[in-house]
Design a protein around this ligand. Structure first.
Ligand code: HEC
Length: 190
């Protein structure tokens, strides 16, 4: 009998009801706990072979740069301030080539959320506007809105403008771009 197997057999002996016995290489039975989502000390654990001592890697639990959560596509990063509003004019509509199949959905979104103020045909004459409940509703068929870029519209729909509230929690980003494509169909072609 080799020495190793002798030790192995001995390790199993002596275990009784109140004595758990000796565990031989416990890591093989129960893995060590590693806290995945806590910040780890990058000084203690490092990728630098020269410095790393017993620790083989550095892991800080942060997602890889550029990672998008599910539902977070089409990120929009401009802030809700005057410089953000100005810069929004340069932001391209990422779904310019929206399929015709999606247009009825865009129309539905507009009619549920926007028509109450802006009107069915975007003329600024929805029921809340004509009843005088909300003042200054934009007539989106006017030249200033025909010329307004999709990016600026997106900015205002996202953060709100004047008495119009933000639609960021009601409509996801894709829906907000979609509704802009629908508004374009209601505007006169310049
Ligand atoms: C409660 C009434 C109301 C609703 C509902 C509403 N709006 Fe507005 N909207 C306004 C008013 C008022 C303005 C003018 C804001 C200003 O310039 O001060 C405006 C302005 C705008 C503008 C011009 C933004 C700019 O930068 O000048 C756009 C685009 C717009 N709305 C789109 C939408 C869309 C899309 C929806 C639905 C998702 C919507 N609105 C829902 C009242 C409303």
């Amino acid at each position: 009998m080799t020495l190793a197997s002798a030790i192995f057999m001995l390790a199993g002996c002596g275990a009784g009801k109140d004595n758990p016995g000796r565990a031989y290489m416990p890591d093989m039975g129960e893995s060590r706990a590693f806290e995945t989502y806590i910040m780890h000390d990058s000084n203690a654990v490092t990728l630098d072979v020269a410095k790393r001592g017993g620790n083989a890697f550095y892991y800080n639990g942060e997602p890889v740069e550029g990672t998008l959560r599910i539902g977070d596509e089409l990120p929009y990063t401009l802030p809700n301030d005057s410089s953000g509003y100005r810069l929004s004019a340069t932001v391209e509509n990422p779904i310019k080539d929206m399929s015709v199949m999606e247009m009825p959905e865009a129309k539905r979104i507009y009619q549920i959320n926007c028509a109450i103020c802006h009107g069915d045909k975007a003329g600024g004459n929805g029921p809340l506007a004509t009843a005088g409940k909300v003042g200054g509703v934009a007539n989106l068929t006017l030249p200033i809105y025909v010329e307004m870029t999709d990016g600026t519209m997106f900015h205002s729909i996202t953060y709100g403008k004047g008495v119009m509230g933000s639609y960021a929690s009601q409509l996801d980003r894709r829906e907000r771009w979609m509704v802009i494509n629908y508004i374009r169909t209601l505007q006169p072609t310049p």
